[in-house]
Design a binder for this molecule. Structure first.
Ligand SMILES: [Zn+2]
Length: 197
């Protein structure tokens, strides 16, 4: 699934599990960190630009979904992130939930262009080759299902902002969140009063 869907979905889980901006940031981070193993793409593009060789995404394919999409990474990320947490047990639980939600979303919708391009979850990697999970009905990464889910999550996050006055922009800093949440609540208030008036 797209990084934006992982991000917003993880933040929504974080709002349900922990109650401070810092802890929510940590729990959200655990839901997007698995895709750090896709950064090999940066190395591929850099190599292509530097050498003029054909762009082959060698590093991307070698590491993506293999280094950070298994239980070893789940434990490593959870331990590292809880070091910075206020409520450690709750953050640890939240991190494990968002990490595995990421895996589930990838299992459902991260297929390549053709039906044969199924992308499995190698849950033991990089330490063990097994278990390997895949779903034959996996939809395309750029499929309409992912777009619908992403829009749904975005709408849910905005509704949460209107209701609670906190938004996913808090991930980037408190100031951004205060400004964004206040503006959205103001817009919503004037929209509702115009509708009823
Ligand atoms: Zn992923």
């Amino acid at each position: 699934m797209s990084p934006i869907a992982h991000f917003i979905g993880s933040w929504l889980v974080a709002t349900a599990v922990v109650d401070t901006p810092r802890d929510r940031r940590l729990v959200t981070l655990a839901g997007i960190l698995p895709d750090a193993d896709g950064l090999g793409m940066v190395a591929d593009v850099a190599k292509h630009l530097a050498t003029g060789q054909e762009l082959n995404f060698l590093y991307y394919q070698k590491f993506h979904h293999l280094w950070c999409h298994g239980w070893p990474a789940a434990i490593a990320f959870t331990l590292a992130l809880t070091l910075f947490a206020k409520r450690r047990w709750r953050v640890a639980l939240g991190c494990l939930i968002t990490f595995h939600l990421h895996l589930l979303c990838d299992l459902l919708g991260s297929r390549g262009p053709s039906v044969a391009d199924l992308w499995p979850i190698c849950y033991g990697e990089p330490l063990f080759r097994h278990p390997v999970w895949f779903w034959k009905g996996q939809w395309r990464l750029d499929g309409w299902q992912n777009t619908v889910i992403c829009l749904g999550l975005f709408a849910g996050a905005l509704a949460m902002t209107v209701k609670r006055g906190q938004s996913f922009t808090e991930f980037f800093g408190q100031q951004a969140d205060t400004a964004f949440s206040a503006t959205l609540q103001k817009w919503w208030k004037s929209f509702v009063s115009r509708k009823s008036g």
